[in-house]
Write a protein that binds this ligand. Sequence first.
Ligand code: SIN
Length: 295
Amino acid sequence: MKNQTITVRPLSAHTGAEIFGVDLSEPVGEQTDLEIRQALNDWGAIFFRDQDITAAQQVAFGRLFGKVEAHGYASNMPSVAGQEEVKEIARNPGDVRNIGGFWHMDLSFLEHPNYASVLYARELPSHGGDTMFAHLATAYDALSPGLQATLEALSTVHIKTHAYGVDGQPRKGISPAYYAKMLEKFAGIEATHPVVGRHPETGRKVLYLSPFYSDRFDGWTRQESVPLIRHLASQITRPENTCRFRWEEGSIAMWDNRAVMHFALDDYPGQRRVMHRLTVVGPWLEPVAGSALSD
Ligand code: SIN
């Protein structure tokens, strides 16, 4: 019988694990579902190889973990034919912009971000195009008790349009005209999240802060905020806190945006890369005592 016994092989000390023995085109039984959830909680990101699934099967897999949502209003990504919730992330040879090419948690600029993402590799460059992941709970654990306590009282404001530019400057690959259009299209899409939250399944405290989307600490100026945001980002992304996933066609990554941030590497100039992404809604991070937004 398929999908009865799974093997979990970690990619690094804290972050990411490959799962073997699962065929996602077949129903996943209750026990296997539990083991996959456990692996996701243990490692923040899990990876399956050699999958051959339709967009509808990708949606069915996502539904094992929660409600699957499209969030079309907050995205420029086209849907995959017939399946509104599955978004195509395509990079063509002439494209300068690399979608997801910065450390981030998906949709952190929403008040209730989708907690899980499921990304399916459809077309890959001959080399490069890996995705990196960094664990937000191990990053929190490594901070000094003094800084942990300070951060528990803080929140940051996450702004959607920071994906296109910041402080009036378009990012690499974005023209000033496109940046202006995005500022208009996505005006007001922002959310304030506590910097420290408690993961609802593992109970661990996580450092929920985005080097790109976090504009400032709530109540602070941007100028005051940037040095500390940069320091925390450098702590989260310390090499020993990360893993790097090398895609093959048919690979699927699933990650928990409450536990890891990720980065799509830009090292395959002149080649095409196409991924199908789905995001899942579920319980969000819980406030910790002393948190700015806990009362
Ligand atoms: C994303 O940021 O959601 C996409 C990551 C990737 O394409 O590797």
